[in-house]
Design a protein around this ligand. Structure first.
Ligand code: NAD
Ligand code: UGA
Length: 447
């Protein structure tokens, strides 16, 4: 059992801390008092609601309550940790590069307060070379005479499935040029995972691996999206093409779903950060640059399908959006494509009726869109607003609840339009909807 500290109580820090607490003693440090109180209440069984929505997270925190605590107190956070993980945000700056101010601030805090030898690992997604920068900052501000090794341990969990992804990861990538420190990290992970899962490497390779993984997944999506637009043009069906291509095990079936574009807090920011980084080193990443262009083009392509059906002025129109999170089962609205569609429709005068299976997603929509108040309504029941005032239904994410809609209820809508932003309806259902007079629009399988 090791003592570990995690800087950052967000979508990565909390699930990671809860997972590590299965076999290690964990302290989560975050300056945000609300988040810290929230986590401790859950750990103490005093509350069953967290500031982030992740299946199984509350139970995991409670199961491991003896091994985990959250704090805003930096001296408590740095009470003899053997390994420190920095899992703070790295949002894009105005140039599309990763903003490292939170990472640098964490490094400085560590330097000023740490009292024992330890290994610091960046879990935040950061440009190659950031571990060296963190080491420089720590060396500059170090107060006590201790040895701090710095490396990287990028995270590959996906939102909505974080607990399961952490429990059964495909791989754990970590890098540190100090081999003694690298061995210590290996030992730490062997408490949690089998050796074959572990991929130790150099610091720089592990930092590049994170961006490579996200960019490759995003590229698969954009690749299919550009073909989806071609499919619409020639009358082919991208879903069938996906099946035909994805069954080749060399290609693989995952991340080939054409959609209105990838969103979330990671793919958009990470593709743009690594593309910028390539330019900085005169090694342009042309494929990734195209991935970004196609993603921007795809959301416009999808929104234009709605506008094309109703005209530019939507002032007397009412739309339903099922699923406002950037994907199913999350309250996270960062770079959410359904949010972009909702704003576009409201800007054109429409009223938008929003349902999501995650309550927090609806709450976040209200908080993040104060200027649109009065132009939208939120609902906690999927069919509550399906009535004679509705002109069209937009499917915003891939939740199972949206795959088999109750067609009888949809027939109450005055407008017979379904815009499937994630291509979730199957061919059989689409045919039957069309027979009932519905117009079906998607990304690559309209015909
Ligand atoms: P988040 O915004 O949810 O959480 C970041 C937390 O860091 C916040 O609670 C903030 O208060 C805290 N923080 C800021 N400065 C701090 C400091 N000096 N010390 C301690 N805490 C501090 O972010 P996130 O989604 O958890 O992402 C964190 C990093 O992990 C990012 O680099 C992201 O790209 C990467 N990542 C995210 C995911 C994901 O699914 N969200 C997956 C893999 C990697
Ligand atoms: C993604 C990666 O999957 C994680 O491995 C990674 O750790 C994380 O980014 C990160 O670095 O933060 P996440 O953003 O949570 O995870 O969500 P994904 O499931 O990857 O979906 C991203 C977007 O792509 C969503 O908008 C989703 O709807 C879209 N998508 C996904 C498609 O349009 N088609 C697909 O086939 C798959």
């Amino acid at each position: 059992m090791a003592r570990v500290t995690i800087f950052g109580a967000g979508y990565v820090g909390v699930p990671t801390g809860a997972h590590f607490a299965r076999t290690h003693r964990v302290t989560i440090y975050d300056p945000d008092n609300n988040k810290v109180e929230n986590i401790n209440k859950v750990i103490d069984n005093d509350s069953d609601s967290l500031h982030i929505h992740e299946k199984g997270l509350i139970e995991l925190l409670q199961e491991n309550h003896e091994n985990i605590v959250a704090t805003t107190d930096i001296s408590l956070a740095l009470d003899r940790p053997e390994i420190i993980f920095i899992a703070v945000g790295t949002p894009p700056n105005e140039k599309g590069r990763a903003n490292l101010k939170y990472v640098c601030a964490a490094a400085e805090q560590i330097a000023k307060n740490v009292k024992n030898d330890c290994v610091v690992l960046n879990k935040s997604t950061v440009p190659p070379g950031t571990a060296y920068l963190v080491k420089e900052i720590i060396d500059k501000h170090l107060v006590n005479d201790v040895k701090i090794s710095v490396g990287s341990c990028p995270e590959f969990l996906a939102e909505g499935t974080a607990v399961e992804d952490l429990r059964t990861p495909d791989r754990i990538v970590y890098g540190c040029d100090d081999t003694e420190a690298l061995d210590k990290v290996t030992e730490f992970f062997l408490y949690l995972h089998g050796r074959s899962t572990l991929s130790p490497m150099t610091t720089l390779s592990s930092e590049v691996t994170k961006y490579a993984a996200n960019a490759l997944l995003a590229t698969k999506i954009s690749f299919m999206n550009s073909l989806a637009i071609l499919c619409d043009a020639v009358g082919a069906n991208i879903r069938e093409v996906q099946e035909g291509v994805g069954k080749d095990t060399r290609v693989g079936r995952k991340f080939l779903n054409a959609s209105m574009g990838y969103g979330g807090s990671c793919f958009p920011k990470d593709t743009s950060a690594i593309a910028e980084y390539g330019q900085l080193f005169s090694s342009p990443l042309e494929i990734i640059e195209s991935t970004i262009l196609v993603n921007d083009k795809t959301i416009k392509y999808f929104s234009e399908k709605i506008i094309h059906a109703f005209g530019d002025d939507l002032s007397d129109k009412n739309f339903i959006i099922w699923g406002i999170g950037f994907k199913a089962r999350t309250d996270d609205l960062r770079e959410s494509k359904p949010v972009q569609v909702a704003r576009e429709l409201m800007d054109r005068g429409a009223h938008v009726h929003i349902y999501d299976t995650v309550k927090g997603a609806l709450e976040n929509f209200k908080v993040e869109n104060p200027s649109y108040e009065g132009k939208y309504s939120v609902y906690h029941e999927q069919y509550e607003m399906v009535n004679g005032n509705i002109d069209g239904l937009i499917i915003g994410n891939e939740h199972e609840k949206f795959r088999n809609p109750d067609v009888e209820k949809l027939e109450n809508m005055r407008g017979k339009y379904i815009f499937d932003g994630k291509n979730v309806l199957n061919n059989h259902l689409i045919k039957s909807l069309k027979r009932k007079g519905f117009n079906y629009r998607s990304v690559g399988k309209d015909t």
